[in-house]
Design a protein around this ligand. Structure first.
Ligand code: SF4
Ligand code: SF4
Length: 390
């Protein structure tokens, strides 16, 4: 009798995939139509057919080490043409979520953020944290006079919470992505040369910014603009946040009424220059928020449109779309209420806005947004292993 490879199926893994939305995978009968229509798969050992059988067999170790599931951009062309309705695009999407949970550090955070039933717990963590901080600093009340958010939640407190959270996120990502990279490097596609890291990273970033691969989509081509807007909205708000930090700690912009701030006036020379600088900062921040808002509306619209046709959006996707939408709505509402000087509403809405911002930042390594980091890592790896050569 010849030697054979022994696979050990993980039945619990199969069950968790089905519960997460990959319940159609058992319908696959390996016809390979999906791999034939996919515009992004390499011709050698193509996906997603092989991932479908691996998922059916519960080959968890092989799947979490498979860079191919990240080369897929969820266009769902394969699902459109699958004769069995097995929805391979959705199955790969569920597999990506499983990889994020598998590499999560600490593990329980992956479970909390990935589980819709625990959404309230995830939201209550910042609520309780903020209430404790405000109470301890004597700010747990609606301030009198004109609405100025820093009177309610002093910037130093906001900064200490969010800067330490952002540093923790970087630390968590370093551990999780390190684990992920080591798993990738035991798969059939071994690294060619470490000197390719920088060129591969630059090429990957260029592809992401230009959305080159999305443009190969057929069934869901309209997702290209949605993705672009959400990505550019987040990048714009990231720049705005760092710009605000620069204003506060480098320019010493310490007054809510910038035109009267003596530090800024001294640095920029004239009041006209100060107002121009202030307007540029405000416009950039508001345009970024608007871009993200439009992108989040399109996210909803796309998810409603393709529902039940080529793809079924998981609760993971819905939570992400909803939180992004709520961040935008509460951010824009708090700004309008501040202008209208309605203190009783402006401060609570601002509080809720900070809770959603905290959700996005603190849970980034476990949420749908973690895709950005994992996908970038996997594509860089695939290029270095000569797997992603498109
Ligand atoms: S997922 Fe569908 S198209 Fe792909 S191999 Fe299975 S049955 Fe064929
Ligand atoms: S969803 Fe699109 S990119 Fe992903 S495997 Fe299917 S056809 Fe290929």
């Amino acid at each position: 009798m010849g030697d054979g490879t022994v696979f050990t199926p993980d039945i619990g893994f199969v069950r968790s995939l089905k519960n997460s939305g990959a319940d159609t995978m058992k319908q696959c009968y390996q016809c390979a139509t999906c791999s034939t229509v996919c515009e992004l798969t390499p011709s050698d050992n193509p996906f997603p057919r092989k991932e479908m059988i691996m998922a059916q067999w519960g080959l968890k170790d092989e799947l979490v080490a498979d860079p191919d599931i990240w080369l897929c951009h969820n266009c769902n062309d394969c699902s459109k043409y699958c004769p069995r309705g097995a929805r391979p695009g959705d199955v790969l999407s569920v597999l990506r979520k499983a990889v994020i949970a598998e590499n999560a550090f600490p593990r329980f955070m992956g479970t909390i953020v990935g589980n819709t039933k625990l959404l309230l717990v995830a939201l209550m963590i910042p609520v309780v944290l903020f209430l404790c901080v405000l109470n301890a600093s004597g700010h747990l009340n609606i301030p009198d006079g004109e609405v100025v958010f820093r009177k309610f939640f002093p910037i130093q407190l906001v900064d200490s919470i969010f800067v330490s959270t952002a540093m923790a996120v970087v630390f968590v990502f370093a551990i999780s992505v390190g684990k992920f990279w080591r798993k990738l490097n035991v798969n059939p596609y071994k690294l060619m040369a470490h000197s390719m890291l920088l060129p591969s990273l630059l090429e990957t970033l260029k592809e992401i910014v230009l959305h080159k691969k999305f443009q190969k989509c057929g069934a869901n081509l309209d997702r290209t603009w949605t993705h672009r807007l959400v990505l550019f909205g987040f990048i714009g708000l990231f720049i705005t946040t760092n710009w605000a930090v620069f204003n506060l700690y480098v320019l010493k912009w310490d007054s809510p009424y910038v035109k009267d701030d003596p530090n800024i006036l001294m640095i920029l020379g004239s009041q006209a220059a100060v107002m121009l600088y202030y307007a540029a900062f405000k416009i950039f921040g508001n345009v970024s928020a608007l871009v993200l808002f439009i992108g989040s509306l399109m996210l909803f619209s796309n998810r409603m449109k393709d529902k039940g046709v080529n793809s079924v959006s998981s609760s993971f996707d819905w939570i992400f779309a909803t939180i992004v939408f709520l961040v935008c709505i509460t951010g824009l509402a708090s700004e309008m209420l501040r202008f209208a000087n309605i203190a009783q509403l402006a401060y609570p809405v601002y509080f809720v806005h900070l809770v959603f911002v905290f959700y996005i930042i603190a849970y980034l390594p476990y949420s749908k947004l973690a895709h950005m980091v994992y996908r970038t890592t996997a594509i860089v790896y695939a290029k270095m292993a000569n797997r992603d050569v498109m």
